[in-house]
Ligand binder design. Structure first.
Ligand SMILES: O=C(CO)COP(=O)(O)O
Length: 254
């Protein structure tokens, strides 16, 4: 049985003091931490504070990107090893905003997935089709390709730890969501692909989140899908109260 995993992706939002207030508010709430894994993916600048604030709680801290080298002349980047050393547990990799705005290729995303695993952290590998690809009926083909390229060289022993974020690009920040059935179909295609690359047994352990305009009202119907094991939450994760509501919903779905 897969435990739901809900991750708030703050993207490039909040000041330091707003970030502190968020953790204080979220931690003051009664959250079903034993039923759902809770992650907040913060900008790197807030990572240490977020770890300190959440220490001893059920909240795990993630970041939204990492550079796949231990150290070196990579001006402006943060290394996977520094993040792991700090205590970061999750790294979002291959978010569509990084694929589009920063031209990240599947090959570079694959390097990041490997580096994150190597440092003992968990990658949340994001995949998803554009509107044009959806309209051409290419969703399955696109996500399968992103999964295959993103996971090249990943050892079977690491695969059960993997988290996949299925985020249809057209649903991100638009107020439009995939239907429950579309999310279920895409997640099933992702799981089938992982089974083909590894084994059904390992694929059955991988958690697949839905992301794209998810909110407290609609998250329950995504989580009710057998192949959807959590959510990757943008806008609705920016307020502690709304994220907490979603965590409570996730805690009641298996
Ligand atoms: O990109 C997302 C999370 O990574 C989804 O963002 P929204 O929930 O704001 O659509």
């Amino acid at each position: 049985m897969r435990k739901n995993i809900l991750c708030a992706n703050w993207k490039m939002n909040k000041t330091y003091s707003e970030a502190q207030d968020y953790f204080k508010e979220l931690l003051s709430m009664d959250l079903p931490g034993s039923q759902v894994d809770i992650v907040v993916a913060v900008p790197d600048l807030f990572a240490k504070m977020a770890l300190d604030e959440s220490e001893g709680s059920d909240i795990k801290i993630g970041v939204q990107n990492a550079y796949p080298k231990e150290s070196g002349s990579f001006t402006g980047e943060t290394s996977v090893s520094a993040l792991a050393d700090l205590g970061i547990e999750y790294v979002i990799v291959g978010h569509s905003e990084r694929r589009e705005i920063f031209n990240e290729s599947d090959a570079f995303i694959n390097e990041k997935v490997l580096a994150v695993f190597e440092q003992g952290m968990t990658p949340i590998l994001c995949v998803g089709e554009s509107l044009e690809q959806k309209e051409k009926g290419e969703t399955k083909k696109v996500v399968n390709e992103q999964i295959e390229k993103g996971l090249t060289g990943v050892q079977a022993e690491d695969i059960s730890q993997l988290v996949v974020g299925y985020e249809p690009v057209w649903a991100i920040g638009t107020g439009k969501t995939a239907s429950d059935e579309e999310a279920q179909q895409a997640a099933a295609a992702i799981r089938e692909k992982i089974a083909e690359l590894y084994s059904q047994e390992l694929a059955d352990e991988v958690r697949i989140q839905y992301g794209g305009s998810a909110n407290p009202e609609n998250i329950g119907s995504f989580l009710a899908q057998t192949n959807v094991d959590g959510g990757l939450i943008g806008g609705a994760g920016l307020e502690a109260a709304s994220f907490a509501q979603m965590i409570k919903v996730a805690g009641t779905h298996d």
